[in-house]
Ligand binder design. Sequence first.
Ligand SMILES: [Ca+2]
Length: 282
Amino acid sequence: MNEKNQYQKHIILDTDIGCDPDDLFALMFAINSPEVSLDLVTTCDEWKGYRANFTRELFKNLNNSTPVVKGTTLNNPRYCTIDNLVPEQNQDDDYLGAMADIIKSNNHTTIACIGPQTNIANFLTKYPELINKVDVLMMGGAINYRNKNKAEHNVRMDTSSAIKVFNSLVQKKYVLSDTTFNMKLAVDKDHKLYKKISENPKIGELAKQSIDNFFNNFYPASLMHDPLTLAALIRPDLIDFKTEKLVMADSGIMSLSNSGINTVVSSNAKYDDFMEFLYPRI
Ligand SMILES: [Ca+2]
């Protein structure tokens, strides 16, 4: 693990790792980036604790001591594709308490949410007094979504939580699907990032099996939505943001409106530079 120092940004990674492998690449990116201190991993859209146990198994093999806690379930087994790789976890963890302990111990913490926003919404509800000690970076939302009548996946999976976070006063940034849905971010079985993680002597086999499960069950490639989102913390010059006046409908669909809330959203990224920057950190 990297040396931690006072200049690092403290982060909690809130992830639905264990389906689309971009979360796995984001996790590796975070732990191999000295610019950030990964203080805690929470899992969202959990299914029977598989995501938490998968992350723990990775960390055990990597000799990484970052704590991992099982977060909320959305009772949604479809998006969990690692149930053949690790055991389930029956008992619940106090993920809100774990988040609060980390946040109280730091001057400032960024919650990087790369899945549905249930845990964050619950945290903001339970600990409103900590709102000024955190900011939230999310992969989620879209203004010009490719699927016109649907909200973006992370928003759609738990729309009421997404609306709570959107309307919260917490400082926040959205890395929109409009920015991340770009074929320059595609990783398939022939990609050097797939080969590199598969050949990792400590976690290669587990990583490869989990990625293959996704390729076999969903799509033959994964776009690096979540690692690009973390680039906002690690290499901010690689992703641009702007402020837009936005509303979020009950459906979770975001749109521009003169009466909307000023919201910081991604506008562009340096895709090729990002992919080259990511490679040595996987
Ligand atoms: Ca994700």
